[in-house]
Design a protein around this ligand. Structure first.
Ligand code: ADP
Ligand code: MG
Length: 701
């Protein structure tokens, strides 16, 4: 039966060499099995008549019967639009056409009965069908009933030119299912199928294309989602195993003098329980010399820097060096100032290396690191992009990792003889489902507790017409001794325009907050490094009360006295950016505020983002919402990493199933690490095939 599935696609009746070629080129379909796994992207429900009251956004394409009670042909702002209202005994539904109006309109007659076929969608809060098909009720339409669900397949222009539209693919599929053996191979181990009440693969393949009922359709899709996620997790977890077996790093068995001196004498406060736990996790992970690859997630302000410092001390106490890499110069300098002050007390030589470090200094740093006099290096990308070599780099820490590309991270490996332990820290809370997929082979630690005494930031969304109120509020806060950030968007595509927005925004603020009573600073990415540093220091020291800035202050900047974050054009920022920016305030003991300013016109997504920000301070909730609004494809852009192409599963909505797949995968690998038992045979052969084209995940972080 394996053989039949691997028949080249052109041998299927109705395909032939020409269509076979387009299928190959357009959809990557080579053999019968590939076509069989080309699943419908939606269905037309012919199994029942729906009443209008049964419709909602999530039903498939459905059939409804009703009477037309209103027809209107309007023209607004140059676009034509035909609307009709369909009514049945349970309610009414709006039908809309923007195109093909001249064909549809003659068919519409008031007070006639029609059969309408379409997909309900929401427009605002109103349910409508856009471009439905519709026919007057005729006696023979009744025969459409009891046909189950009809599959709808994605096709392309090129395929359509060869006659391969959705209907044609449907026909091919029926034909292929008829010629294939009645039983096809199952790839999941039998006990997994029974335990999770999955339908057998053969049945699932049949019903995912031609379900009789919605329930059938959901069961078959569930089975394939599970299979897809299981394969994904097996692939990642196998990567971890290989790494555990192969990659050695320096063992860090000693918790020594420096670590203890820091903990007991230098550290100005008690660690939170979460910090203590994570430091322990890091020690456990590095003690034996198996290379650690750990993702540390912690919301803004949760105290990741301290964890980094303790991890670096662990390396130093074991006679090794450590590096901390930050995404911006401002942040690297800030880390350097704080950390050097502490390390100085412990006689640990700490250096800073950024793009603006003078050459002579670079050479000196290079020598110190190579002969082992230098212990800790803090810096920006300069740290990996230049030929910095260490005597023995034991711990590499990457702060705010989403700013770094995978390739950059990989360069860390070339710094020393043995691979260093790697700790990647992020405040962009990666939703659990995504983390599992992206970093399935990374260990993760979570700082799920904020240092004591923090008050949640109060967030408000204000429209332009409240600007006077905003100014009054800023004055009050400044009078109470606080400081204020005002942030403008700066997005590459329209950089010039944005810069002039920032500058005129700065001018406006200077008018509303005149010297000498008020002092206003301005900070953006185009300034020279030492000017940035100068502006930042003035704000830190309280010499300026307002800092007008771009998102250069987005990550990590720490000025506890600042209590107000005003974000202009807040609708232009993504959720995770807004959350990062908000994290700049609420760092001291005073109550803090985040004000989101926008105009009145907002897209649906922008409104959702702003509402989410007002509703919650929880980074994980925000990350989940972000994933839902944008979808995983888009998230991966921010994270600068590739995400697998999933056919049926959806990372935004199938989180629980991913968790299940992960535990089943772990279980299988425990039972049979090489997956070479008979029950795992099917899975193994699929994985081996996938691996030939896959990314070597296990070596990336
Ligand atoms: P993030 O996780 O966003 O990088 P930071 O490391 O910048 O957070 O810490 C935020 C602030 O909290 C800093 O001012 C830091 O000194 C302070 N902090 C960190 N840990 C503690 C703690 N255990 N108790 C009190 N304050 C802490
Ligand atoms: Mg930080």
């Amino acid at each position: 039966m394996e053989q039949a599935l691997h028949t080249p696609i052109e041998y299927l009746k109705g395909i032939g060499p020409e269509r076979g070629k387009v299928l190959r080129e357009e959809l990557g379909i080579q053999v019968f099995a590939d076509l069989l796994e080309y699943f419908p992207f939606r269905y037309i429900d012919l199994s029942q008549w729906y009443t209008i009251s049964q419709l909602h956004e999530d039903v498939p394409i459905v059939l409804v019967k009703g009477k037309l009670v209103h027809i209107e042909n309007a023209k607004a702002k140059g676009t034509k639009r035909l609307t009709a209202i369909l009514e049945d005994s349970t309610g009414s539904l709006e039908l809309v056409w923007f195109a093909g109006i001249e064909w549809v309109k003659p068919k519409l007659k008031l007070d006639m009965q029609y059969v309408v076929c379409g997909k309900p969608s929401l427009f605002g809060s109103r349910l409508q069908m856009v471009h439905p098909e519709l026919e007057p009720v005729l006696p023979n339409v009744q025969t459409e009933q009891a046909k189950g669900l009809r599959p709808v397949y994605n096709t392309t222009e090129k395929l359509k030119k060869k006659g391969l539209d959705s209907r044609a693919i449907e026909k091919l599929m029926r034909h292929m299912l008829a010629v294939l053996p009645s039983q096809l191979p199952e790839i999941l181990p039998p006990d997994v199928v029974t335990q999770h009440q999955l339908i057998h693969r053969t049945e699932a393949l049949r019903t995912i294309h031609f379900p009789q009922t919605l329930h059938d359709m959901q069961r078959s899709r569930f089975r394939f989602k599970f299979e897809e996620l299981l394969l994904l997790q097996l692939q990642y977890l196998r990567g971890t195993q290989q790494r555990i077996q192969h990659l050695r790093s320096y063992p860090l068995p000693v918790v020594g003098e420096k670590f203890n001196a820091f903990y007991h004498k230098v550290l100005p406060f008690e660690l939170t329980n979460a910090q203590k736990r994570v430091v322990k996790e890091i020690h456990h992970g590095t003690r034996e010399g198996r290379q650690m690859n750990r993702l540390l997630q912690g919301d803004v302000g949760s105290g990741k820097t301290l964890v980094a410092v303790m991890a670096m001390l662990l390396a130093v106490d074991n006679g090794l060096q450590a590096a901390l890499m930050a995404p911006t110069e401002i942040l690297a300098r800030q880390h350097y100032h704080n950390i050097k002050a502490w390390m100085g007390q412990l006689n640990i030589a700490t250096y800073l290396l950024t793009g603006s470090t003078p050459n002579s200094e670079r050479r000196e740093i290079g020598r110190a690191l190579q002969d082992g006099r230098g212990h800790i290096l803090i810096g920006t990308h300069a740290l990996i992009e230049e030929r910095v070599q260490f005597k023995s780099l034991g711990m590499a820490i990457i702060d705010e990792q989403h700013r770094f590309g995978v390739a950059q991270r990989a360069k860390l490996w070339e710094k020393s003889d043995l691979a260093p332990h790697v700790l990647v820290m992020t405040a962009t809370p990666i939703p659990r489902t995504l983390a599992m997929t992206l970093y399935g082979d990374l260990e993760t630690s979570v700082l799920d507790e904020l240092p004591p005494g923090r008050k949640p930031v109060e967030t408000k969304h204000l429209f332009e017409n409240s600007r006077l109120r905003l100014i009054g509020f800023m004055r009050e806060q400044i009078a109470a001794g606080r400081q204020v950030y005002v942030v403008y968007p700066l997005i590459d595509e329209s950089e010039k325009l944005d810069l002039s927005n920032l500058i005129s925004g700065h001018e406006g603020i200077c008018r509303d907050f005149p010297a000498p009573q008020y002092r206003v600073g301005m900070l953006h990415g185009k300034l020279r490094a030492d000017d940035k540093e100068f502006e930042m220091q003035r704000f830190k020291n309280g010499e300026t009360q307002i800092l007008v800035a771009t998102t250069v202050i987005e990550v990590g900047v720490d000025v506890p006295n600042a209590s107000v974050m005003v974000i202009e054009n807040a609708d232009r920022f993504g959720l995770s950016q807004l959350h990062q920016l908000r994290g700049r305030v609420g760092r001291g003991s005073e109550k803090s505020y985040c004000i989101l300013m926008t105009g009145h016109k907002l897209s649906k997504e922008a409104r959702k983002r702003l509402d989410t920000m007002v509703a919650t301070n929880d980074g994980f909730v925000i990350a989940e919402a972000d994933l839902e609004i944008r979808g995983p494809g888009d998230m991966s852009g921010t994270l600068q990493s590739g995400l697998p192409n999933l056919k049926v599963a959806n990372l935004a909505t199938d989180g629980a199933l991913l968790g299940l797949a992960r535990s089943v995968a772990k279980d299988l690998l425990q039972r049979c690490p090489k997956l070479d038992s008979e029950e795992c045979n099917g899975l193994k052969s699929v994985l081996d095939r996938q691996q030939q084209s896959g990314t070597p995940w296990s070596l990336i972080a």
